[in-house]
Design a protein around this ligand. Structure first.
Ligand code: C5P
Length: 253
């Protein structure tokens, strides 16, 4: 209440150069970044934290998966950076639903929510994500998600590159074996095929590529909080993050 009053008052104050302070010091919406390797639980945790706080959600992995899928569908070569950047500028991406309702992820008007979750799209995503031109073309699309009352941003470089000023940065980890086990369970529930051994291999290969790439490699921001979720339940992780976000003003009940 007091904080809101202070913000409103500050909007009316006048800076020494005569400009309204809102033009010079406008508070950006708060962001919690949740980064980490595949299968660490970022997706589920981010969705639940966003719902608890009443904030927006950015699933940046879905953006890379969409670009990978679009490139594959249109036959754009993965070794052609400029064609891929042009593709990013050309495709129409929309997110809807989530948090209880059915998730819709639209690529040029077609719902591809299930399709982008396959290992094939994960593999394509990880390849296009290693291309600097693709990453650069996606920056503005990611910044556009930062809207009041706040944002939970899920990815690999949310705290290091996209929102380096985020007041709360979390880096979730879990052993590769545990992450493969979780992904296996998740895919089985969705009726998607995949053996544990193949998933474990995929996760290790994808981790390796994400960590080694020259641009925005997977790494915790220096000011990130590391949370090893190997033996934590989803509820415990969500509760920990929600409590840490409490001073940032989100709904926490
Ligand atoms: O998180 P998810 O598994 O959906 O991400 C798919 C792939 O997209 C990752 O393996 C990674 O290569 C890439 N990615 C990325 N930067 C992000 C999010 C995802 O490079 N911020």
């Amino acid at each position: 209440m007091l904080r809101r009053l202070f913000r409103t008052l500050r909007r009316w104050l006048v800076a020494p150069d005569g400009m309204s302070t809102s033009a010079t010091m406008a508070d950006p919406a708060p962001v919690v970044t949740i980064d980490g390797p595949s299968g660490a639980g970022k997706g589920t945790v981010s969705q639940l934290v966003a719902a608890r706080l009443g904030w927006h959600l950015l699933d940046s992995g879905a953006l890379y998966r969409l670009v990978g899928l679009a490139a594959w569908q249109r036959g754009v070569a993965l070794d052609s950076p400029q064609d891929l950047a042009d593709l990013v500028a050309d495709i129409d991406i929309r997110f809807a639903g989530g948090a209880g309702g059915e998730e819709r992820v639209e690529l040029d008007g077609v719902n591809v929510a299930d399709r982008i979750r396959t290992e094939h799209c994960g593999e394509l995503a990880s390849k296009v994500a290693a291309i600097p031109e693709v990453r650069a073309a996606l920056v503005a699309k990611q910044h556009a998600f930062r809207e009041p009352p706040g944002l939970v941003a899920d990815g690999r470089d949310m705290g290091t590159v996209i929102f380096p000023d985020a007041p709360l940065k979390i880096f979730l980890t879990a052993s590769a074996r545990e992450r493969a086990r979780r992904r296996h369970k998740q895919l089985k529930q969705k009726g998607i095929d995949g053996t544990f051994a193949a998933l474990y291999e995929d996760i290790r290969r994808r981790d390796e590529r994400d960590r080694q790439r020259g641009v925005a490699p997977l790494a915790p921001a220096p000011d990130a909080m590391l949370l090893d979720t190997t033996s934590m339940s989803i509820d415990e992780v969500v509760e920990t993050v929600v409590q840490l976000a409490r001073p940032m003003g989100g709904r926490t009940e």
